[in-house]
Design a protein. Sequence first.
Length: 290
Amino acid sequence: MGNNVSQYSKAYKSDFNQYLKFCRNHDLPALSSDWKVTKVSCQAFFDNLMLSDLLHHTIKRKLASVRFFIGISELPDPWKHSKLFSRYINGRLKEKPAAQKQAKPLKLQDVRLANQTLNIDTLLGLRDAVLINVALDTLFRASNLLAIEVSHIDWNAKTIFAPRSKTDQAGEGHFGYLSDETAFLLNKWLEKAGITEGFVFRKLSPKQTVQKAAMQYQALLKRYEAIGMILNSDGKFTCHSTRTGGVLTLVEAGVPMAEIVLSGNWKSEAMAIRYAKQYHVGSTGMAKVR
């Protein structure tokens, strides 16, 4: 009995530490006296878990771990205060198929269409275009994108440095590619926004005034969703859509998997292969016969 309790406690602590790390990487407050603030962080964590290969019961346990520590901290529980939030969590878990559905891909042709559709003469439209182009080129995660500073850009080498990553235990960081198309848009954004140092992707006020503070995860997610609406997408784009779409774009172009793994800063081919499954289904097996 004692060993079971100990293992249970370790699992809860491990889950909560994962939540804390997620919040830290995405500049989200893990715990707050305002349940609405905590709800945003919990939902972002949950949405991220839903993009993984984790099973239902594992995701539920991780959420239970977060709620447990919210409780012992004597802070308001968003599940108890918002029926809509509880329904959102339960509803998504019920809809989730046994084989996890990956983020709807935003591929190169989609990004180029967005470049033509977005009004890049406005700060909002230009920032949207730069976001998805940089994300596609670099295959960066949301946390990497939001952490980019002007000093991380090497215009001559055509690279952007990501100083942190959730898989980078040594803290060495990694580099992402910067195409000429993207460099043009990025330079235009920096000039139009008057940014010479600090964060590249800044908050915009309702009147589109550039702020000093960096964009937050939820704002980034909303921009991906807005781009999906602009492109009349039949599904929602998420912050992972350019990473998924980038892999599919490279696979369709015949880029070797080893190079894709290096570009995406994965430790093995497993995750890149999972992203590429959609393409492989249409190009292997019966697809070679009929």
